[in-house]
Design a protein around this ligand. Structure first.
Ligand SMILES: *[C@@H]1O[C@H](CO)[C@@H](O)[C@H](O)[C@H]1NC(C)=O
Length: 224
C-alpha cells in the first residue's frame, strides 16, 4: 500500500471513530428496567436490571403529563421531569421528557443540562426561548433566541445555558424531550447565589461586577 493510501485509510478510521462517539451507545439487551434493590435484579453490564420475566407494562408507563402544575412560585414556572426515576423502564435507553408550565409572564430561568440536548415543543402560549454559546474566540457569548408559538420546536444543544419566558397574559405549556435518561440541571441563579455553603461574597462581587451588599442580598433569597 502506498503511503498516501495508508494515510487515507487512517483518516477514514478516524472519521469512523468520530461517528461512533457521536451517537448513543447501543444496548446489550432489549431493556434494563432499573431496580434499586439488587436482590430483585440481574447484574447486566455493570447495572442492576429487573429480571425480564417479572417486568410489567407498568415499568414503561407514566400517567398525567397532561395535568397543569402549580406555577405560584417566585419564577412563575414548574418543571415536571419524567426520567428513569419515574419510569424504571427508561433505564439505559438514553431519553427522557419533561412538561413545563408557565404562569402569565412566568420564566424558566437560565439553566443548563450537562448531559442532554433538549427539544422544546410549545403546546400552548407564546414563549421567548434561547440559548447562549460557550465563550467564543473573540470573548463573546452569542445568544440564539426566538419567539415561539404553539406547534413550534426549538433546540437547546447539550450543555448550553438556556431559558424560556412566557410572553402572554395566559398560561403557557411546553414539552421537552432530552437525549439522556438523566439530563441533570444546573440553575444558574441558584448555583451562584443559593449554593450551600455560600460562595465567598468577594468572588461573586468580582464575577458579576456587583456591590458586595447586593451579593449578600442575593444570597439571602430563595432560589429552589
Ligand atoms: C409544581 O406543581 C406541583 C403540582 O401542582 C406542586 O406540588 C409543586 O409544589 C410545584 N412545584 C413548584 C416548584 O412550584
Amino acid at each position: 500500500m502506498s503511503p498516501s493510501k495508508i494515510l487515507s485509510c487512517l483518516c477514514l478510521l478516524a472519521v469512523a471513530n468520530y461517528v461512533a462517539y457521536a451517537s448513543d451507545p447501543s444496548q446489550l439487551q432489549d431493556f434494563c428496567v432499573g431496580v434499586t434493590n439488587p436482590i430483585d435484579g440481574l447484574f447486566v453490564n455493570g447495572l442492576f436490571c429487573k429480571n425480564p420475566t417479572v417486568v410489567t407494562p407498568e415499568d414503561f408507563y407514566f400517567k398525567g403529563i397532561d395535568k397543569r402544575r402549580n406555577t405560584m412560585n417566585q419564577v412563575g414556572s414548574n418543571v415536571t421531569r419524567v426520567t428513569a426515576a419515574n419510569i424504571p423502564g427508561l433505564n439505559t435507553l438514553g431519553v427522557s421528557i419533561a412538561r413545563i408550565d408557565f404562569a402569565p409572564f412566568g420564566v424558566n430561568t437560565p439553566h443548563t443540562h450537562p448531559r442532554a440536548t433538549e427539544l422544546l415543543t410549545v403546546l400552548e402560549g407564546t414563549i421567548y426561548a434561547g440559548f447562549v454559546t460557550s465563550n467564543l474566540a473573540n470573548g463573546d457569548n452569542k445568544v440564539f433566541a426566538k419567539v415561539l408559538h404553539k406547534g413550534d420546536i426549538y433546540v437547546f444543544p447539550q450543555g448550553m445555558i438556556h431559558f424560556e419566558a412566557n410572553l402572554g397574559k395566559t398560561p403557557a405549556v411546553a414539552l421537552s424531550s432530552f437525549s439522556s435518561q438523566n439530563p441533570g440541571a444546573v440553575t444558574i441563579a441558584a448555583a451562584m447565589f443559593g449554593s450551600k455553603p455560600s460562595i465567598a461574597v468577594g468572588v461573586l462581587a468580582r464575577a458579576f461586577q456587583l456591590d458586595p451588599r447586593i451579593v449578600k442580598k442575593l444570597q439571602s433569597l430563595r432560589f429552589g
